[in-house]
Design a protein around this ligand. Sequence first.
Ligand code: AMP
Ligand code: GLY
Length: 445
Amino acid sequence: MSSLPLPEKVNVLLIGSGGREHAIAWRLSQSTHLGKLWVDSNANAGLLALGSACPEEFSLKRKYYLERWLAQENIGFIIIGPEGPLAEGMVDALENPERPIFGPTKAAARLEWDKAYAKTIMRQTSIPTPEGRVCTTLGAALAYVTERDEPCVVKATGLCAGKGVTVCKDKHEAIAAVRKCMESKEFGDAGNSVVIEERLEGQEVSVLALVDGRTITVLDTCQDHKQVGEGDTGPNTGGMGAFCPTPLLSDADLQAIARDVFVPAVDGLRRQGIEFRGVLFAGLMLTHAGPKVLEFNCRFGDPETQVLMARFQGDLLKTLWLTATGRLADAEFSFDPRTACCVVVCSEGYPGEVRKGLPITGLLPLSKATSSQAGALMFHSGTKAEKMGKIVTNGGRVLGPTALGSTLAEATRLATLAAGQITFPGAFFRKDIGHRIMNQVQTAK
Ligand code: AMP
Ligand code: GLY
């Protein structure tokens, strides 16, 4: 498959139904190489405005049917957004020399779907990461948190949509978190074992890099806001808002992160006979002792992708194709010098249970070209198009208006303004995206 040339027109299947995929689809739709764009059968309303829905859910249980459908529709490129299909082995199952897939194999994606494995690779390759231990039994985990004096973080090792991590302030919380994972099985099999690690302090950054097996291209750095409440309070979510770039990392810092994190991770996998192709995402904490990796993801972030795509300049389809076919070095793209900010509008109860099907008002009709509202790109996450053009809520994170500004403050102001125009019962969003950076700037003045 290496070096497969990009056809003049290619039909693309984009798997995933959220805000990340809407942002990707929006940029794909601007490529002159795009033939027909196919999206998930349960795609959100924004995605559906840009592509055609697959007739059925894309599940590997029906591989034979899928293969036939892909051939029938002459799909030449598959892009996988979320971690679930990667962990399931979608790339391994559908790979074919004539039809590249953007996304890593199951073995490479293990860096995300098994936090214990990621910790082992990091240890073997000396990637800076919090000190910690993997516990596979309830007894061992309880003993370990009980004997520790410092605050710790308890993580289910499997996939939990960003909700399997508890940052504990004392032993009682740590014991409760261990029991939640390993005794009451709140995260199912994902919590059969846990990683318990030292609790670090600092600002977090999301550094994403395209990787084609050998070449690694680090993208501009984003910052996400994981906690549900303003001032970074309350439980963790998949992400309440993001901005890009962050002033916290210089080009030299990014080069150091490429050298100390991305190169060893990709090499470490290669030494095990595993090639990584796709996007590798390091969640880093910037500590007094330098950046440390909290987690790896093997896909684009959500809402990091919304801000990255808002600033991306180039042909996204070509860039992802070149990455998937081992020629990333030939890709040409850059980022808009302005800052982008995304504010996520959520359903009442998120990150817990939410009601779905609530009518959304204040949304401008979707435009095929930009889906832009009040100066913000109106990316959809958990929305559903009903008959007669009515759009209703369909998840915890509902919409992610994303704005560009000459400063972070301006981008945040515009995105927050656009978020405030959307209404549905129980809608809420954080009004302080970027607050730590803006407070720093204020303090420095
Ligand atoms: P993870 O999925 O491992 O990135 O964890 C989710 C979130 O939990 C991170 O974005 C941090 O906010 C927090 N977190 C994870 N590990 C640590 C740690 N060792 N110290 C402090 N906070 C952490
Ligand atoms: N926003 C964090 C993530 O996508 O994992």
